[in-house]
Design a protein around this ligand. Structure first.
Ligand code: FES
Length: 170
């Protein structure tokens, strides 16, 4: 083999090596981007975004506070967010799951503190709601507390989803 043939061979080897490494790097960068771009399309009919917050037998006529984490899908973004709810079961078996977020300026309401028995009280501006979460006249909140979507499933667990304003509920 002549020197010239050997030089060409080395050049080719370098070319192949560079193309291989370049191709590998491009695939490494492109694959996650492609997955990110089409992931929501592949998840048609995916998560229903409701989570179990406990066995329904754990809830009674008085409100109990539960904290839970929901996965929020916002366009292509997906993230976890922690929520709280005041939950009770009415005599007719219906579940009331209320958001503790005050509809005035977003503080957290408390259920039945000593000075306001059987009412939701917001300490920020003395907001008051009745036991069904309806805002009381002459207090700052202008709308009732939002209501969580819920389901009691065959496994006996209570599942909560997104909170919906009473206006949206109709
Ligand atoms: S934030 Fe609740 S009364 Fe103002």
């Amino acid at each position: 083999m002549s020197d010239k043939e050997q030089q060409v061979s080395r050049r080719q080897f370098l070319n192949y090596t560079l193309m291989g490494v370049g191709g590998f790097l491009a695939a490494t960068v492109a694959t996650p981007m492609l997955g990110f771009a089409i992931d929501p399309i592949l998840k048609v009919g995916g998560d229903e975004n409701m989570v179990a917050v406990g066995d329904i037998s754990e809830f009674g006529k008085d409100y109990k506070r539960v904290d839970f984490k929901l996965t929020i899908k916002d366009g292509w973004a997906e993230y976890d967010r922690v929520y709280s709810a005041w939950v009770r079961v009415l005599d007719n078996g219906e579940v009331q799951a209320l958001s503790p977020v005050c509809t005035h300026l977003g503080c957290t309401v408390q259920w039945s503190p000593d000075e306001h028995p059987n009412q939701f009280y917001c300490p920020c501006h003395d907001g008051l709601y009745d036991e069904n979460g309806i805002n009381l006249p002459n207090t700052p909140p202008t709308a009732p507390l939002a209501v969580y979507q819920y389901e009691v499933r065959e496994d006996g667990k209570l599942y909560l989803g997104q909170a919906i304003s009473r206006e949206e509920l109709g």
